[in-house]
Each structure stands twice: as C-alpha cells, then as structure tokens.
Design a protein around this ligand. Sequence first.
Ligand code: DLL
Length: 443
Amino acid sequence: MPAGSRKGNTMERYYQQDVECASPEKMREIQNEKLLKQVKHVWDHVPYYRKKMEAKGITPDDIHSIDDIGKLPFLSKADLREAYPYGLLGKPLKECVRIQSTSGTTGKRVVAFYTQHDIDLWEDCCARAITAAGGTDEDVCQVSYGYGLFTGGPGLNGGSHKVGCLTIPTSSGNTDRQIMFINDLKATILCCTPSYAAYLAERMKEMGLGPDDIPLKAGIFGAEAWSEEMRQDIQNNLGIKAYDIYGLTELSGPGVSFECSEQSGMHVNEDHFLPEIIDPDTEEVLPLGSEGELVFTALDKEAFPMIRYRTRDICCLSREKCSCGRTLIKMKKPKGRSDDMLIIRGVNVFPSQIETVLLNQGYAANYQIIVGRVNNTDTLDVHVEMTPEMFTDNLGEINKRQRDLADGLKSMLGIKAKVTLVVPKSITRSEGKAVRVIDNRKI
Ligand code: DLL
C-alpha cells in the first residue's frame, strides 16, 4: 500500500517506503540474500549461464555477497541472440505467463519471458514511479506508450492499476483522440515517450489549448534519451512536471529506475536490479561516480534471470542524499546507448548533445541527423525544423540562423556540422521512440 510521510514542506509519497527508504545496511542485506538465491537459481536452471560460470571456474559457492559480483560472467545482447528463444529460460514454459519483445531494429528481437511473480515485481516498480510522480488513486493516468510486444504500455498500465489510478489505455497514435481523452476524462498523468509528449504539446497548441487549459499535472516519459532542455520545453508547453523513467525489455521494461520530485536523476529499484558501471572496452568495474556502461543484475526475476547484463547505456551512478527521502541509488540521465554513439571523423557524438544545442537556441526537438562519407571523410548534416514563430523566407535571416547553429554545434562537439533549416512540420513526428539518425555509411 502506498504510504505518505511529511518531509519538510512537501508531502512525499512512496509506494513501498520500507525498501525505497531502506538504510544502506538493510538494502545490502536484501541484495545479498537475493543475489545468492539468484546465482543458485541460474546454476540449477539455466545451462547456458552455468557453462559461462564453469568457463570462469566458479560455482555458486564462490559468491558470498554482492562484493563477489565481479566474479560472475557478463551477459550481452550477443548471448541473448545465441540463446534465442529459450536458451536463457529460468523456469519451465508452463510457469511462464507472458512474453514481451523489443522492436528488433538492431538485429534479432529480444524475447523476454515472465512468470506471474515477475510481472508482479515489474508492476510494483512502475507503481513506485507513478507514486513518485505524485500519482494516487485520485488520479487519471493516460498510458500512451505502445501496448503489445513493447513493454511501455503494459508496464505503466500495470503500475497504474496497482496505484489505483483510473487508467486510460490509449496506447500510442491517433493524436487527436489522445487529446480528446485527456480533456474529456481529465487525465492528470500522461505516460509516453518524450518525443510523443512534445508532439502532443505541439498539436494541442495548434488546437488553441494552452498549458492552463490542460488537466495534466505530471508526465512519466522515457524509453529514449532526452535532454534537460527538452524537459523544460515539455513542462512549459503542457504545464506539467515531467519525470524521467528508464528500463529495458531484458530487465522487465520501464521501472528499472524512476525520477522523484527532485528531478535530478533516477532512483534505481536496486532491491530488484543491482547496478554496476564498467569500462565498455576493458570490462573493468569503475568506481561510483565514473561514467561508463551500465550493467544490471536482476536479483529476483525468475523466468528471464539476467545476471550482469550489459545494457550498452552510457551513464553514471550517485549515492548523494536525495531530498525526497529515498535512499535508492541514483543514475544520471543516460547519455544514449554506446550503439547510438556516432563516431564522426574520430570524434564521439551523441544525438543528445546536438539536441541540447538546438533547444538552447529556441528550436523544438524536431531534427534529423544525417551522417555520410565523401572522399573517405565523414560528413555530418543536421536538418532542423524552424518553429512556426521563427518561420521566415528571408534568406539572410535563414543563413544567419544556420551559422549560429553550426557555431553552437562546433563548440559542443568540437567538429563542424552542416546545418539546414527546414520548414515547420516537414520532419516526421514520432508516436513512439523517435528515429533521429540516418547513418548512410552503414548502407
Ligand atoms: O524502452 C522500456 C521503457 C518503456 C522504458 C517505457 C521507459 C519507458 P526497450 O525497448 O527494450 O525498453 O529499450 C531499452 O531504451 O537500453 C535505453 O537505451 C533506452 N531508454 C529507456 N529509457 C530511457 C530513458 C524500453 N529514460 C533502451 N533515457 C535502453 C534514455 C532510455 N534512454
């Protein structure tokens, strides 16, 4: 049951206060107990992982506490592909009640299995996120993430039920109908990707609806990297507080971590998902506060028990005290996936860095990054939509704006980019995860 407690002037609510605010000693005890059990579980039931442990010369007897986690082998996307579809199952299919799956854009789909216990803990994680965003059983929660194989819709839907919100399962798409439901049914919480939230805000503005006309008070946005500047834009345009949420199919879906009222990074549900940061090249575990690749061990997932799963997400962890009262470790906004990182003329470029420059100069997050190669040299072209307010056909003005953006990108990235301003609404809007990059070098 959700519990409220007074902290300073604000009423912070928790869904599972005992774990969300547990002492470090208590959390360690929970993690130690679950890790030992989980390692034994995979040793006994997942021959694929047992072989990996044997290859490293270890058995469950070598794992005494979370301090021994570094002895365990990693799992990667390549392992998931090799073991597809059943090779990493930790429970008989008879005990599994659901699968979810990734879109498979970067190779074979990941198919994740769930027992009823797994779904229950996943939904608890999403309920924690909704409660941290201020959700209660008085709220109306519109879930505009895709339903079906994608985890966004089902995860937040389950969490919303647990909190007791009236849940509107619109799924993604049909934007005008989304807006109708938000207004007619007085939705107070919106769950969708940040790029879809930006599009909903744009469409509402076109319909003459300003932030004060919209009943929403909070948004729970994730599934893709988004900048602080984009958060500000969405908050201003919808008149809400925008909370980040992170997760991945391999580990259940949304709710691996979630933001609280402080909005300064996401609390990891570390009683279920033990995080580490490693150097992606050497696989060395890095000290707290270092930037590197996020690795998670699912401590109590039964059907798809990921141990030391390499997410490819670049991020860092922090144990700084949080004003919300939660003691769960925090992760910063992921910069992006190491797979999304572009190497252009030898320089590492994340799309989120480009987004920061555009939004700082007053553009919306409607852009496309086109990478190519001419005469063995990489090219970086950024197409940016003018907003309706700044739209002009004055070539001098357009050239000046393009130069300003190119200068901003040069100082952010350290390399030159060609900027082309395009007319409003000419870049396709996304209803789910936005596709920002076209890398013609890969074709
Ligand atoms: O995107 C699960 C999800 C649904 C998370 C709804 C949040 C909200 P996948 O499709 O498996 O699962 O994609 C997982 O998306 O490894 C990250 O690269 C990226 N990602 C997810 N959340 C965030 C976020 C879902 N808040 C992959 N910020 C992850 C940045 C994110 N990237």
